[in-house]
Design a protein around this ligand. Structure first.
Ligand code: IMP
Ligand code: MG
Length: 178
């Protein structure tokens, strides 16, 4: 599948992403204005670019941690079974937490990961996803903040991969198979 000939069409420019993150960061700072130190949890690996840009727009004290859940492997289809591959380093009990994800697609990943984190009794758990494909939802999940709603297209770039490629593109592109 990854070897199938394809081209990448720009869907969201680097400039548009930066502007959206600036606006989202203001809302997040407002929501957590009473927090002494927000735990920002990035879901590896797709969120690594997004979380890097987002935390630099936050004007409140933050701690950064990471969690890894199982991915699609080298396919473009969800396995629907989500496993935790790498746990947090720090504790979140009684703390304010912001979970940062690249895309909400079927909804299985964030449903499972928020259950996993809520079992540790954070004081408040909010979620942010850069992209949302609402038309693909299999289980109801709505992130507290979403960067952009996109159509049912397979996307890459800005941290997001297709079989581990194209994470380093500075924009979001849609994969078009030839
Ligand atoms: P969900 O469990 O189906 O909501 O899937 C969410 C995960 O699937 C995201 O964290 C992404 O890693 C991956 N994913 C969903 N859509 C895409 C895509 O268009 N490109 C690359 N990865 C995707
Ligand atoms: Mg992912």
């Amino acid at each position: 599948m990854p070897n199938r000939p394809h081209v990448i069409d720009e869907l969201i420019s680097a400039k548009a992403i930066a502007a959206r993150i600036e606006a989202l960061a203001k809302e997040i700072c407002h929501e957590f204005s009473d927090t002494d130190k927000l735990v920002v949890v990035g879901l590896l690996r797709g969120s690594f670019v997004f979380i890097a840009d987002l935390v630099r727009e936050l004007t409140l004290p933050v701690e950064v941690d990471f969690l890894e859940a199982s991915s699609y492997g080298d396919s473009t289809e969800s396995s629907r079974e989500v496993r935790i591959l790498k746990d947090l380093r720090g504790t979140i009990e009684g703390r304010d937490v912001l979970l940062v994800e690249d895309i909400v697609d079927t909804g299985h990943t964030l449903t499972r990961v928020t259950e996993f984190l809520n079992a540790r009794h954070p004081k408040r758990l909010k979620t942010i996803a850069l992209l949302d494909k609402p038309s693909r939802r299999e289980v109801p999940f709505t992130a507290d903040w979403t960067g952009f709603e996109i159509p049912d297209k397979f996307v890459v770039g800005y941290g997001i991969d297709f079989a581990q490629r194209n994470r380093n593109l500075p924009y979001i592109g849609a994969v078009r198979f030839l």
